[in-house]
Design a protein around this ligand. Structure first.
Ligand SMILES: CCC(=O)Oc1c(C)cccc1C(=O)O
Ligand SMILES: [Zn+2]
Length: 308
């Protein structure tokens, strides 16, 4: 049988070189990764500035299996980092793709026009180019890719409703697993945020206040559950569970913390979980896996942010 798997090279958003899992058919190479278990493929598309109605766009291809052009940079990173996040969930927890059933992981880059956003649409990831000032191509940050793919994990496990406290938890779990994938700093999106300014980020887990997020219940923002209210401040109030995660990780280490967060997300949390029930779910997960010392560390972390 003919082998279609190929190994290509590409240039990422930050100008770095990467090896890519590609697929060759009729002398054309595709960003189509068939190396993962359970037949799940990782496939990357270019929407050419189109909107939701034109998704997924066009397969990203190259005749020479060399994805070096400016146009291809966003796709190189979306493809490579999707594979990295697949590997994180598989190697760390044995989870096969976001649904644990080997679902295809589809990404589309060059979505919209100067779009300063990235998202999980409910069945694929989309990445804007940014406006070049607030963001550059958003797939250029592995913590953003991990954040988006974790929305898909949450949607196939706890299904935390994307509003108010359950929505802020949804956001926080995406940031926390973004940290676990990119644990060299406590920042989110720093690699693509304000390309003209170094050292800043979209959010910080260690210092939410630095980016106008609360880090304690005393600062909880009661915003309206509307689009302009960020659905009750899901990207704002996530600073509180994010800070609790920071305390937990500093107290018991990344390895135990990621097991505890994964168990809470997949075993205990439910669509309507709030901050207090998330604290309880994480304490129980810690107790289940590592005993009372870890459980107490989790309890203290949440007390430090005013959640009991
Ligand atoms: C860290 C990734 C992130 O927050 O992506 C979003 C952006 C950049 C704008 C709006 C929503 C999101 C999201 O995925 O929640
Ligand atoms: Zn999010």
């Amino acid at each position: 049988n003919v082998v279609h798997e190929a190994s290509g090279t590409g240039t990422g958003v930050l100008g770095d070189s990467k090896t890519l899992n590609t697929y060759v058919y009729n002398n054309t190479y595709y960003l189509f990764d068939t190396t993962k278990p359970m037949n799940g493929v990782i496939e990357t598309f270019d929407n050419y500035g189109g909107q939701y109605s034109s998704l997924p766009g066009y397969y990203v291809t190259d005749s020479g299996n060399t994805f070096y052009s400016e146009r291809q940079k966003a796709a190189v990173d979306a493809h490579y980092y999707a594979g990295e996040v697949f590997d994180y969930y598989y190697d760390t927890f044995g989870r096969v793709s976001y649904d644990n059933q080997g679902a295809d992981i589809r990404s589309t880059v060059h979505y919209g026009s100067n779009y300063n956003n990235a998202a999980w649409t409910g069945n694929q990831m989309i990445y804007g180019d940014g406006d070049g000032s607030t963001f550059t191509y958003l797939s250029g940050a592995d913590d953003i890719v991990a954040h988006e793919l974790t929305h898909a994990v949450t949607d196939t496990t706890a299904e935390l409703v994307y509003e108010n406290q359950s929505g802020a938890l949804n956001e926080s779990f995406s940031d926390v697993f973004g940290f676990f994938v990119d644990s060299e700093d406590w920042l989110m999106g720093e690699d693509v945020y304000t390309p003209g300014t170094s050292g800043d980020a979209l959010r910080s887990l260690s210092n939410p206040n630095a980016y106008n997020q609360p880090d304690h219940m005393d600062e909880y923002r009661n915003l309206p559950n509307t689009e302009s209210g960020d659905w009750g401040g899901v990207h704002i109030n996530s600073g509180i569970p994010n800070k609790a995660a920071y305390y937990t990780i500093n107290s018991i280490g990344i390895s135990k913390a990621e097991d505890i967060y994964y168990r809470a997300l997949t075993v205990y949390l439910t669509p309507s979980s709030n901050f207090s029930s998330a604290r309880q779910a994480l304490i129980q997960s810690a107790q289940d896996l590592y005993g009372s010392q870890a459980a107490n560390a989790v309890s203290n972390a949440w007390s430090n942010v005013g959640v009991n």
